[in-house]
Design a binder for this molecule. Structure first.
Ligand code: HEM
Length: 321
């Protein structure tokens, strides 16, 4: 396993680097929207609890039926809200499709909005549906759930993809720089031997990765991400004793030992980068395949939703209120 070199990054410098105002505003906006929708869902769930938990036959007898059934005063508003939220959710794919729109805003921020609406819209739709999934609307519902769930895999893979060839070169350089920084830190103090870091820094060889099928590749990537915090914890436990072990929850959270944290942070970053670079070819392939599934499902979902809305309008649901 080759180790790699560069200028040590100061943990203090990292901490003092403030995000730009645009980023702060974006995060505040996205968080506020997510909290507002979560609040609304909670409110509807609490108010409608005794209705939603009734059997289908008993519902029409409930005084809450006029409010919480799908076409009720609350239910219908939730349906209209869901369609508006879907409109916002689809801004990301629309922007991706039309080249000239790409100049507006940053892709990562648009994707954040997509993800927040991709998670919250199905929840609002669930309450609009009043937990009844039949016919075209039911098919649309489960298609949406499948698309939303697959979104998590997509988001996971997306995070591992370098944004451009340029950034691949930058990542390689960073990898080398970090290996040098790590080697320098290890040489300067006697906290760890190189072999202590080996479990964290070892990645499957190109040949091993080539022999894996796509499912196994994905599982391997996920497994490495899941065990990484525990490998880091084991490193911290080698150095910390007694109360410090308890304070760091057995090494799972940062300690007050600056040297230890500097090494741990370098080793962790390098571990992530090494894994991302080792699996890069495969990640690209799986991500392409993921699009092949995600896109047609999304299009079918929109078609089903349009049929559902058409049916609702034709039976006069909106005029009933
Ligand atoms: C109702 C739910 C959702 C719908 C209808 C939906 C729809 C779409 C569509 C149409 C695309 C563009 C596909 C393409 O370019 O080929 C897309 C991309 C994507 N979505 Fe979703 N999505 C939903 C939920 C989610 C969720 C919950 C997540 C994450 C947790 C997510 C993550 C992504 C990612 C990572 C991409 C690809 C980004 C890229 O390649 O540029 N989606 N989604």
């Amino acid at each position: 396993m080759a180790t790699i070199p560069v200028t040590p990054r100061s943990a203090r410098a990292d901490r003092s680097r403030q995000p730009p105002l645009g980023e702060v505003l974006h995060r505040a906006l996205v968080t506020s929207v997510a909290l507002a929708i979560a609040g609304l869902i909670l409110f509807v769930a609490v108010r409608g609890f005794s209705y939603y938990t009734l059997g289908i036959e008993q519902r029409p007898l409930s005084p809450l039926h006029a409010e919480f059934r799908s076409s009720g005063t609350v239910g219908l508003k939730l349906g209209i809200l869901s369609v508006s939220m879907l409109g916002i959710l689809f801004l990301y794919p629309i922007r991706k499709h039309f080249g000239w729109l790409k100049r507006i805003g940053r892709t990562r921020r648009w994707l954040n909005v997509h993800v927040v609406f991709g998670i919250t819209t199905p929840l609002v739709v669930t309450f609009h549906s009043a937990f009844r999934w039949y016919g075209v609307a039911g098919l649309a519902y489960w298609t949406m759930i499948a698309v939303a769930l697959s979104g998590f895999t997509g988001r996971y893979l997306y995070a591992k993809m370098p944004r451009s060839l340029n950034s691949v070169a930058l990542t390689m350089a960073e990898l080398e720089a970090q290996a040098a920084a790590l080697a320098a830190e290890l040489a300067q103090n006697s906290l760890f031997q190189a072999e202590d870091l080996a479990p964290l820094l070892t990645v499957p060889s190109a040949e091993e990765i080539r022999s894996m099928n796509l499912g196994r590749t994905l599982w391997n990537m996920l497994w490495m991400d899941l065990v990484r915090p525990f490998q880091v914890g084991r490193l911290r436990r080698r150095v910390l004793a007694g109360a410090a072990q308890i304070r760091t929850l057995g090494g799972l959270v940062a300690s007050r030992n600056a040297t230890l944290e500097s090494i741990v942070s370098l080793a962790r970053r390098q571990s992530r980068l090494r894994a991302a670079m080792a699996f890069l070819d495969r990640t690209e392939r799986i991500f392409r395949l993921w699009h092949v599934v995600h896109r047609p499902f999304s299009i079918s979902f929109v078609a089903l939703i349009l049929v559902h809305i058409g049916v609702a309008l034709s039976v006069g649901v909106l005029h009933a209120h």
